[in-house]
Write a protein that binds this ligand. Structure first.
Ligand code: SF4
Length: 371
């Protein structure tokens, strides 16, 4: 079976090139083509000798997910449906932001096909779990996002460059259940000789996978950790985030204290506001008790409606009141601006409309570009 080049580090490429009789500097050229120049066809890697290219082609291929469909929101958010080689699908979302006249994009990527956590308010969770994504499938989303920015007129803006500045693991899946692939992708993204995305511009969002939080604390990385909390009451969280039955709030809190202690980094607590479910005085009091001892910010996310869900979006006054209660208790919070809601690209809406059955092929194949 051929090796996959996307997802290989400098060291991986060097040992492969050397094993084929090439010199080490050739592997660095290859690395630059992939991660700096975004060139994925061997024939276009013009500074590599033809015979070396042929030898690499015989043992390795370059496989990216295939863009099968795109939906563009009124606010410019782009939701992209990607086909994988085995016929499965994932989604990524590109969210534009303009600050001080500079145009930037945040890319929200997936780490698994479906999700095993099964949060009842989330379209992905309702679809079930199929498999982990491979490193090339995760890194491939970042490469495709960058390519799209480079190639598409949609992203052309007056005078100032549009850049991909942030990557968030907030698409489909629980990143810590695909830990080693996610870490490899983070290190690739962060390499100044390649994709050069700063660690502080990368966010990993977990449903509260305690072992992953503890492992991440010891990676020596400066990425941002976000936790999908959604309730600080075990009896409510057991239902909203079923992983809570395995790792109740007391264990999660202990892991977060450990994480903050080791990294000295703030964590973000994500809190989807669901009318009549987690918006009461009692809910906010529990959230305050949970958040106050931690180094954290709270992101309040008014629920985005998905089909056939029993949950409702709270009114603006409920949201404001909830935030005011937090403020009075000295807990930092922001209400996250909704992006891409009209194309179901907002938080919790991915896979809301993809016809999906676990383990079943839908359409199309991943694109094998070479080899
Ligand atoms: S909210 Fe996150 S953890 Fe929960 S089911 Fe959806 S993707 Fe999985």
């Amino acid at each position: 079976m051929k090796k996959e080049l996307i997802g290989m580090t400098k060291t991986d490429l060097e040992s492969m090139v050397k094993s084929l009789g090439g010199e080490a500097f050739r592997s660095r050229q290859l690395y630059r083509w992939l991660y700096k120049n975004l060139v994925f066809e061997f024939e276009n890697m013009t500074d590599l000798p033809r015979d070396l290219r042929d030898r690499v082609k015989q043992v390795a291929s370059i496989t990216l997910p295939v863009v099968e469909r795109e939906r563009i929101s009124r606010d410019g958010t782009v939701k992209v449906l990607l086909g994988l080689q085995d016929g499965q699908h994932v989604e990524m979302v590109m969210i534009p932001q303009t600050r001080a006249g500079r145009h930037r994009y945040t890319l929200c990527i997936s780490s698994q096909v479906g999700c095993p956590i099964g949060c009842p308010f989330c379209a992905t969770g309702r679809s079930g779990f199929v498999r982990n994504l491979a490193v090339n499938e995760i890194t491939g989303q970042v490469l495709l996002g960058l390519l799209r920015l480079r190639n598409s007129n949609t992203f052309e803006t007056q005078g100032s460059a549009t850049r991909l500045t942030n990557v968030v693991f907030m698409g489909m899946g629980e990143p810590f259940l695909n830990y080693s692939a996610v870490m490899k992708c983070i290190r690739l993204m962060n390499d100044p000789d390649g994709l050069n995305i700063g660690q502080r511009h990368i966010t990993v969002s977990t449903a509260g996978e305690v072992r992953g939080i503890r492992r991440l604390a010891q990676e020596g990385l400066q990425v941002t950790l976000a936790v999908s909390l959604h309730s600080a009451r075990d009896e409510v969280r057991d239902w909203l985030v079923p992983l809570n039955r395995k790792y109740p709030l007391s264990e999660l809190e202990e892991a977060l204290r450990f994480y903050c202690g080791v990294t000295k980094r703030r964590v973000t607590l994500e809190y989807v506001l669901l009318e009549g479910v987690n918006t009461s005085r009692q809910d906010v009091a529990s959230l305050i008790d949970f958040a106050r001892p931690l180094l954290c910010n709270v992101n309040l996310i008014p629920y985005n409606q998905i089909e056939k869900a029993e949950f409702r979006r709270p009114s603006p006054s409920t949201v404001l009141r909830f935030q005011q209660w937090l403020k009075e208790a000295g807990v930092n919070s922001v209400v996250r601006e909704e992006r891409g809601g009209d194309i179901e690209g907002a938080c919790g809406q991915l896979r809301a409309r993809v016809c999906f059955k676990p383990g079943r092929r839908i359409t199309g194949k991943g694109r094998k570009i070479n080899g």
